[in-house]
Ligand binder design. Structure first.
Ligand SMILES: [Zn+2]
Length: 161
């Protein structure tokens, strides 16, 4: 007897000059990146929160406190791999992840496959089980003015009893 659990994640980071831009574990060519303690991978963070949410395990900040020097500039793919272990330790298997990046720039499309592969590698699942979509905010609000990048994610896990 198995059951399915769903989780939701959301994250947003400010744009900062001179920082690397990493989305879904992939480095983008860009003069600016995202501000944050780790690599500020907003997409990976939304996915991590969605995965933790499936079992009600809190959020990334609980498990990897931003003030802890241990996580400074750490790859968010490493954090996702740790989240995967937390889930596996509780008997959960990741079924799939679906995410949307909200950004005026950069263009996500050309990097989509690479991002899915990187995320799937960290999560130990097939790339076909990771979906990354992108949209703009139609120039509305802070994201629309290019002040930041946001991401939404949902995740489904199967738990054996
Ligand atoms: Zn974040």
């Amino acid at each position: 007897m198995t059951s399915c659990r769903v989780g939701l994640g959301y994250d947003i980071h400010r744009i900062a000059n001179g920082r690397p831009l990493v989305l879904g574990g992939v480095r983008f060519e860009s003069p600016w990146g995202l501000d944050g303690h780790s690599d500020a991978d907003v997409l990976a963070h939304a996915i991590g929160d969605a995965l933790l949410g499936t079992l009600g395990l809190g959020d990334l900040g609980t498990h990897f406190p931003p003030g802890d020097p241990k996580w400074k500039d750490v790859s968010s793919l490493d954090l996702l791999a740790r989240v995967r272990t937390l889930l596996e330790d509780r008997g959960a298997t990741i079924v799939n992840v679906d995410a949307t990046v909200v950004a005026e720039q950069p263009k996500i499309g050309p990097m989509r496959e690479q991002m899915c592969a990187a995320l799937a590698g960290a999560l130990g699942i097939e790339p076909s089980r990771v979906s990354v979509k992108a949209t703009t905010n139609e120039m509305l609000g802070a994201v629309g003015r290019g002040e930041g990048i946001a991401a939404w994610a949902v995740a489904l896990v199967e738990v054996g009893s």
